[in-house]
Design a protein around this ligand. Sequence first.
Ligand code: CP
Length: 322
Amino acid sequence: MSARQVDDQGRLRHLLTLDGLPRDVLLRLLDRAHALQAQALAGGSREILAGKAVCTLFFEPSTRTRSSFQLAATRLGADVLNFDASTSSTSKGETAIDTLRNIEAMGVRGFVVRHQVDGAVAVLAESADAGTALINAGDGRSAHPTQGLLDMLTIRQAKGGDFSALKILMVGDVRHSRVARSDLHALRTLGAGEVRICGPRTLLPSDDTLQGCVVGEDLDAALGGADVVMMLRLQRERMQEGLISSIDDYHRDFGLTAERLRRAAADAVVLHPGPMNRGVEIDDDVADGPQSLILKQVANGVAVRMAVLEALLGDDRRATAH
Ligand code: CP
């Protein structure tokens, strides 16, 4: 996968996954996103992608990812085309590949794609012209690389750049979560000290996703001394019946309450990729409380997506693995 997204000169061609993305490319994207932060929330640098066009091609719903990509591309000066699958000719049977190639024919060279099928964005990347860049905005349960990057930026800003000093706890539905997979890929690349995973056995993957993690089902124990607590959404839309006994039981065993959070380090921070199921995986007073970085994640999403768009489409491409 990484061979397809980095060219022979070590330049980013597409962003499909954080799995195997070279550490220096990842760090360069985080550094650039940090530098772009002020511009991301006010004004931007409209000369960076002036004259270029970006299409958001979403076959699944989104609030944060789609909106922040639109803002990011606009603030870099690109023209933005928002493709709405529900009103498009895909409803007449046109394939995703034909859709991409037709919009490409209009001169669009950047595509931000979300699709419900694992690997769909990589397949589209193989069908694209040599000068076209694709960004995976979430495919099935496989990958959500810009979410992984914005989570790492948020942790780095809160806790510093030495990930080896951190105990990071991820809680909940890892099995269905592309966010969890991208976060785990990035945490490995950044050398996180200890990654703990906690959730019901039925919602944990049985493949090698959790290799090297400390895995358990006791949230009170897992929280002990944690520096970062990453809560995951219960993904009921991807879930077969019967994987959890009830929502009430799930909240009792795996919901993050203010009382539970006191077991973590005193300066622990709480992340959640959104959308939240309030009162299920996270209580209101934690989500809206002083340790929550959830809206900081959202703000960082604009800067990260500006950095990625610039790296892929800018004339002065920065994310080179040298
Ligand atoms: N975190 C995330 O991907 O949110 P959206 O589904 O709203 O884009």
